[in-house]
Ligand binder design. Structure first.
Ligand SMILES: *[C@@H]1O[C@H](CO)[C@@H](O)[C@H](O)[C@H]1NC(C)=O
Ligand SMILES: *[C@@H]1O[C@H](CO)[C@@H](O)[C@H](O)[C@H]1NC(C)=O
Ligand SMILES: *[C@@H]1O[C@H](CO)[C@@H](O)[C@H](O)[C@H]1NC(C)=O
Ligand SMILES: *[C@@H]1O[C@H](CO)[C@@H](O)[C@H](O)[C@H]1NC(C)=O
Ligand SMILES: *[C@@H]1O[C@H](CO)[C@@H](O)[C@H](O)[C@H]1NC(C)=O
Ligand SMILES: *[C@@H]1O[C@H](CO)[C@@H](O)[C@H](O)[C@H]1NC(C)=O
Ligand SMILES: *[C@@H]1O[C@H](CO)[C@@H](O)[C@H](O)[C@H]1NC(C)=O
Length: 266
């Protein structure tokens, strides 16, 4: 993946929400990198990296990453974060203490990272970030059996909401029979929803991911079922036509027979 730090940092800051004094919320997508943005104030600069230690740790004091005297130290890193963290020391001089976490896991949801700067025998909490994790739902598949329309999607997180629409009008949620199941291992959700499609032409099924504020939709056109009576009456019409045509042909034959005086009928 071509990781453009600046763009991601700018993108991430769009999702920053100040929750308490200075805990910032960051949005991460499962399987993708997330930049845990942290910047020292200008007043805290310059940094003498030879005399500085920087630690990123979570709420349970598990260590994500350590930089000591400008070098990475992996001795304290928790196995959970192994191979997932990258720090770019080139940005250290400017006070950029952003840590890249790649890839994001579902279990990282609500992970709180504290960035601690230790220098001159003093330790200082520089940033606290809280990670909200989401996984995209697949575009739903919509499936028609008899008159039941079924909508299915998999692999999303957190739990999504299903909406059914027909010609831009939402169906009453009570009309849908929706089942959600969570995979105990991956913790992602599968959603299956059914409605009665009788008398409906077009149906749209939408799955909304509240964390991503993203909606995936699929529309199907239900071929209007030919009413039984209409099919039957067209058969009657064909029979009536055939009977009519043969009746006319018989009359014509009889007339012709009489004209040429051939006794062709008993
Ligand atoms: C901060 O550092 C990260 C890499 O660790 C980089 O991707 C990002 O662009 C930097 N941000 C700024 C504003 O320099
Ligand atoms: C980290 O990466 C190394 C080398 O690519 C690999 O041998 C090791 O198993 C990985 N560790 C984890 C916990 O994924
Ligand atoms: C379509 O519906 C049938 C019956 O409900 C089901 O067995 C089948 O797996 C569904 N297909 C898809 C692609 O969801
Ligand atoms: C979710 O759907 C996938 C793909 O159809 C399936 O492999 C998995 O077992 C399902 N998980 C749950 C919890 O239903
Ligand atoms: C669907 O609705 C029609 C009437 O609108 C009803 O006759 C039919 O029994 C319903 N089918 C199911 C499977 O509920
Ligand atoms: C159903 O959808 C088709 C194509 O998307 C559209 O041409 C048609 O007008 C729609 N029918 C109704 C009743 O909205
Ligand atoms: C969600 O996205 C829609 C448009 O896609 C936007 O209008 C709405 O303001 C967004 N809501 C939030 C809470 O960001």
């Amino acid at each position: 993946m071509d990781f453009k730090g600046d763009r991601v940092c700018a993108l991430v800051s769009m999702f920053f929400v100040v929750t308490s004094a200075n805990v910032e919320e960051v949005l991460g997508v499962v399987g993708e990198p997330v930049l845990l943005c942290c910047f020292l104030s200008k007043l805290a600069l310059p940094i003498n990296s030879a005399k500085t230690r920087i630690m990123w740790q979570d709420r349970e004091d598990k260590v994500l990453h350590v930089i000591n005297k400008g070098q990475e130290v992996y001795d304290y890193q928790d196995p959970y974060y192994k191979n997932r963290t990258t720090f770019d020391s080139d940005h250290l001089a400017s006070g950029n203490l952003s840590l890249l976490l790649n890839p994001v896991n579902i279990l990282d949801n609500h992970m709180r990272t504290t960035v601690i700067l230790i220098r001159n025998h003093r330790s200082e909490k520089v940033c606290t970030l809280s990670l909200n994790v989401a996984a995209r739902y697949q575009k739903p598949t919509v499936n028609l059996t008899d008159s039941t329309v079924e909508c299915n999607t998999q692999g999303g997180f957190p739990e999504g909401q299903v909406t059914w629409m027909t010609n831009n009008t939402p169906l009453d949620p009570g009309e849908a029979d929706t089942k959600t199941s969570q995979d105990p291992e991956t913790r992602t959700f599968n959603i299956s929803s059914r409605v009665n499609g009788t008398g409906i032409q077009n149906l749209t099924c939408s799955i909304h991911n509240p964390t991503l504020n993203e909606t995936q939709t699929t529309t199907i056109s239900i071929r209007p079922i030919t009413p039984y009576m209409a099919e039957n009456s067209s058969n009657v019409l064909v029979i009536a036509c055939a009977v009519g045509v043969s009746f006319i042909l018989t009359i014509i034959t009889v007339i012709i027979c009489r004209r040429i005086r051939v006794p062709c009928c008993p």
